[in-house]
Design a protein around this ligand. Structure first.
Ligand code: AMP
Ligand code: ZN
Length: 495
């Protein structure tokens, strides 16, 4: 079965086929690096990460490009306010974004930066002027004449036919009702950054940046363009207008938009006090893996209601998967195979694939893996697991994790990174006791603990309980690690 995806352009779920066999060219609008990313931003980035992971798992060669918007109205304003250059202003937040993305297991796309493509952007404007689609105003700004692109509105399904030709808007973000000829290039303003180019001094508008960079990296027509739902209008509508009026070709075939994340049922806002960056949550003691898992747990086309109960539940789910993997890989089983479990592993792989093929139904894929874990755990409890069953069950778990990416237990070092950052950024008072405890426990890596547990087991076998007890105390002193003696041997887990 082929992947079926919702395409905002057609307003339908369609079979996804790339323009070139075996190769997918996709572009996602990346972060505007004027502040730390919030969990809503990361919902979108995680969803696109899962999409590209799944395309690769499906056998495609994926060329995935994401821009870093290091130049827009907000950045210009803040850099001017702080009296620093645009690059000085954005460097810190770009670094933070890359760290946060890594913390959430987001695989690195090819990153492109607006400030590194200014000359190409000016050239793009010049070509639009040559075609009579863009025009220059007296102050040296350039605008896109939307009357020259009759299909304007085809993505957002808004009818702009009655619009006043020549009325202009020069801010990057605006609502549908104020749609006008939009700024491609903004003339310099006192105290604001500008560049000298072939079309005169100034700076590009945000919409132009993405058209230029995506086409440069992926060609005039490519397979998929992604972003959060708020980008449909005006950003993506304007990208389409610029690109298609220049090339006469379809810009992107599929438009993939992620619904917004709400917090406890409400829009995130600083004034409502429900605005969370990724780092805010880690400071509270939540693990990056729990946050990723929660962000993946609702299919991307449904609104995600972020709650702290949900986050706690996500932590339990991740722990359950990790414990199951440990139980299977560390257990010793009688020779042979149990056909029921062999079939279960195969069916689970099929069910995960079918769920994701169905417009990335991540919730269904998670349900499939948990059904497998439930049944395999009861087989383990009943001693019905044989030696040859572990590998296929682990393989199903691996397939799941190629997309969901939560099994590797590297939360400790990641939390330590946030802990250190908080100290240097004056956010020490925000470090919760839970984060302190987790960082303490993280002093032991999984491999360290495995080694200690093996030593403990050897000591117990030799009936050297004194040594075994002292090792137990040593590990448990690193608060947050629980050691249990079970009939399968010693098991440990992090709290
Ligand atoms: P920005 O850094 O503002 O350019 O946004 C980066 C990405 O996050 C864009 O794709 C936005 O559409 C997306 N985004 C912003 N807020 C939310 C939210 N609450 N939920 C999901 N995605 C969001
Ligand atoms: Zn964009």
């Amino acid at each position: 079965m082929a992947l079926r995806l919702y395409n905002t352009m057609s307003s339908q779920v369609e079979e996804f086929h790339p323009l070139r066999a075996h190769e997918v060219r996709m572009y996602a609008c990346g972060p505007t690096v004027y502040d730390y990313g919030h969990i809503g931003n990361f919902r979108t980035f995680v969803a696109v990460d899962m999409l590209q992971r799944f395309l690769r798992q499906s056998g495609y060669d994926v060329h995935y490009v994401m821009n870093i918007t290091d130049l827009d109205d907000k950045i210009i304003r803040n850099a001017a306010r702080d009296g620093v250059t645009v690059q000085q202003y954005t460097a810190k937040f770009e670094k933070a974004f890359l760290e946060d993305a890594g913390m959430l297991g987001i695989e690195r796309p090819k990153f492109v930066r607006a400030t590194e493509h200014i000359a190409q952007m000016a050239d793009f404007v010049a070509r639009l002027v040559e075609k009579g689609i863009a025009y220059r105003t007296d102050d040296g700004s350039y605008y896109f004449r939307i009357a020259k692109f009759p299909q304007y509105g085809k993505l957002s399904k808004k009818d702009f036919s009655g619009m006043l030709d020549g009325a202009r808007v020069d801010v990057d973000e605006y609502d549908k009702d104020s749609a006008r000829d939009f700024a491609l290039w903004k003339a310099p303003k006192a105290g604001e950054a500008s560049w000298d180019t072939s079309i005169g001094p100034g700076r590009p508008g945000w919409h132009l940046e993405c058209s230029v960079m995506s086409m440069q990296e992926l060609g005039e027509s490519f397979d998929l363009h992604a972003g959060g739902e708020d980008l449909v209008f005006p950003h993506h509508e304007n990208e389409i207008a610029q690109s298609e009026s220049l090339t006469g070709k379809t810009f992107a075939r599929f438009w993939f938009h992620v619904r917004f994340l709400l917090v406890e049922g409400e829009k995130m806002s600083k004034s409502a006090g429900n605005f969370y960056t990724l780092r805010d949550l880690v400071l509270k003691g939540y693990k990056p893996s729990s946050i990723r898992y929660l962000l993946t747990s609702v299919p991307y086309r449904n609104q995600l209601n972020f709650t702290f109960d949900g986050l706690k539940q996500a932590a339990v789910s991740v722990e359950r998967l990790r414990n199951f993997r440990q139980r299977l890989s560390a257990g010793s089983f009688a020779a042979g195979a149990n056909p029921e479990l062999q079939a279960l592993a195969g069916e689970t792989i099929g069910a995960i694939r079918a769920a994701l093929d169905d417009d990335l139904n991540t919730a269904q894929a998670q349900a499939a893996i948990f059904e497998m874990v439930r049944r395999a755990n009861s087989a383990l409890d009943a001693g019905r697991v044989r030696q040859d069953d572990a590998a296929p069950l682990l393989a199903a778990l691996e397939k799941f994790d190629e997309i969901f990416a939560v099994l590797q237990d590297d939360d400790g070092p990641k939390m330590k990174q946030v802990f250190d950052w908080a100290q240097t950024e004056g956010r020490g008072p925000d470090i919760s006791p839970e984060l302190r405890e987790a960082v303490q426990a993280g002093r032991f890596s999984d491999a360290d603990i495995e080694k200690k547990v093996a030593e403990m087991e050897a000591a117990r076998r030799a009936r050297d309980f004194k040594t075994s007890d002292s090792i137990r105390k040593e590990i448990q002193a690193a608060a947050g690690i629980i050691i249990e003696q079970t009939k399968d041997g010693i098991r440990w887990r992090r709290k």
